[in-house]
Design a protein around this ligand. Structure first.
Ligand code: HEM
Length: 490
């Protein structure tokens, strides 16, 4: 907020250029009853700015809310990573944005959907973004399928309506979606609010320690408020009563000093385990059972401050899985690798080429990039000359050639379009079946059946319905039969 004279009570309204205006209510006119004139620059400015006051909403995750906070390291994971943000005792400022996926900007917060869990850590080595969800898995394992999947969840271009036939058609034709759909139809599909859900990095990432040793890692942000969900009927009611239920809950909690927190725990897989692990460790539709790789505590994230302006800090926030810092790398997960292209590309379109300079995205370390100019450039980089190499002491990367720190051995061969190589227990239905049988209790299974049957009840195509029932019988024969009975009114 400016503390200039214009914020004083009674100060004059100004144009965007700071010139005092003479009326907030009356346009400059030719006589009392005459037409308005083009040189009423204030009127023109008001109309023109209004016409441009939207940026396109995110193509997915359009509805969300966010807050600033910190991440404090409480554990000691130096053995696994040299990332500054995870060194013992370190406290790093961050921005979190929570969202739902398929609905538009104004859609009700309590619709059944996965929730986004996007974090931007302002580290001493630049921004580190972890762009995850409230589920540890996803609907597919190949990025080629993402766009089609999203279109099955969004509106039918013919009718402008969302359509459960499309959704079940896609899912039942894509058995690898079964694990995520089981999460979605279960209690985690509608958290009570954002404060009471867990967050996951979902993908497998790489950590590298000071000696250059690499491990594979999965992130779990466990809510300190306790996990809780909304039953379908309550969620439906709230969708009508308060479309912004989650956004309101988060900002009012922070406003009253009730700062939500999450404990970060990680699973670490030694690099040499990956080839023979019973599940392909880079398959985004799979978890690593905790019995195989137990949780190790890293630290705590606490949200403490509401943004002073939603558009500036939440709408213009640009998260990107490609923002990785020394000590953290990607993995052979094809979904993750594709996302590393997609997000910066989306930001350049949605916000503009210099999106990195906006307050929520601006790193809190010096930027010495040779990038130059472009729309809305407001920052002159300290590069001495606009090119490299130069003779004037401009920044230099030091040419660290050779094997990249965040690298892994790849099998040399032809370029192919193929499924991942299967590991011993890889099967699309094994893990959702275990989720239903081993994690859910009877009451949760009952709600699962009721949620699935309720969702499938509007599927209009008999073939799709039959295939969707087979999908559930493949996951768990008992659940499949109960869904069929519920759909038949049984
Ligand atoms: C947002 C693409 C998979 C989590 C987005 C956006 C795009 C996108 C284009 C909008 C970005 C913006 O305009 O700001 C993709 C592609 C995927 C993929 C191409 C797969 C190939 C995933 C997965 C997760 C995820 C697997 C979670 C594990 C998110 C979140 C946001 C988002 C949380 C919202 C970020 C924010 O709050 O601004 N995605 N996505 N996405 N995606 Fe993905």
């Amino acid at each position: 907020m400016s503390d200039g004279p214009n914020t004083r009570p009674g100060a004059s309204t100004t144009t965007n250029a700071g010139r005092p205006v003479s009326s907030d209510e009356h346009s400059l006119s030719v006589g009392r009853d005459g037409p308005v004139v083009l040189h009423d620059a204030y009127l023109i400015e008001k109309m023109a700015h209004f016409n441009r006051e939207r940026v396109p909403e995110r193509v997915v995750h359009a509805k969300g809310g966010g807050a600033y906070g910190t991440f404090r390291v409480t554990g000691d994971v130096r053995e696994f990573t040299r990332a500054d943000v995870f060194q013992p005792g370190r406290e790093t400022p961050l921005l979190a944005r929570f969202s739902s996926v398929a609905g538009e900007m104004g859609s009700p917060d309590t619709w059944r959907d996965p929730r986004g869990f996007a974090l931007k850590f302002y580290t001493r080595h630049g921004n580190y973004d972890l762009v995850g969800n409230n589920t540890p898995v996803f609907f597919m394992r190949d990025p080629q399928k993402f766009q089609d999947f999203i279109r099955s969840q969004k509106r039918d271009p013919r009718t402008g309506l969302r359509d459960h036939t499309m959704q079940w058609d896609y899912w039942s034709l894509s058995p690898e979606s079964a694990h995520q759909v089981t999460w979605l139809m279960g209690d985690r599909g509608i958290p009570r609010n954002w404060r009471r859900m867990d967050g996951f990095g979902s993908h497998t990432y790489m950590w590298v320690n000071a000696e250059g040793r690499r491990v594979w890692v999965k992130y779990h942000f466990l809510t300190d408020q306790g996990n809780d969900f909304l039953p379908q009927a309550e969620a439906d009611l709230l969708a009508g009563q308060d479309a912004d239920f989650y956004r309101r809950d988060l900002s009012t909690a922070i406003e009253r000093g009730d700062h939500p927190s999450w404990t970060l725990k990680v699973q670490i897989m030694p690099a040499e385990d990956a080839a023979d692990y019973r599940f392909n460790p880079f398959d985004l539709t799979k978890v690593w059972p905790h019995a195989d790789y137990p949780l190790i505590e890293v630290g705590r994230m606490t949200l403490k401050e509401n943004p002073e302006n939603h558009h500036i800090h939440v709408e213009q926030a640009a998260f990107e899985p490609s923002n990785l810092v020394p000590g953290i790398g990607p993995s052979p997960d094809k979904m993750l690798l594709a996302r590393m292209f997609s997000y910066p590309d989306a930001h350049r379109y949605r916000i503009g080429v210099n999106y990195d300079e906006l307050p929520p995205n601006r790193p809190r370390v010096p930027v010495r990039s040779y990038a130059k100019d472009g729309r809305m450039r407001s920052f002159a980089p300290d590069t001495a000359a606009p090119y490299h190499p130069n003779s004037f002491g401009g920044p230099d990367a030091g040419e660290q050639t050779g094997v990249d720190e965040a690298s892994w051995p790849v099998e040399a061969g032809e370029l192919v379009r193929e499924a991942y190589s299967a590991h011993r227990d890889d099967d699309d239905f094994v893990q959702p079946r275990a989720l239903i049988r081993d994690v859910m209790d009877d009451a949760a299974r009952e709600r699962l059946v009721s949620n699935i049957a309720g969702h499938m009840s509007s599927v209009a195509d008999h073939g799709v319905l039959t295939r969707a029932l087979k999908y559930w019988r493949d996951v768990d024969s008992d659940i499949g039969e109960r869904v069929a009975a519920a759909l038949n009114g049984g």
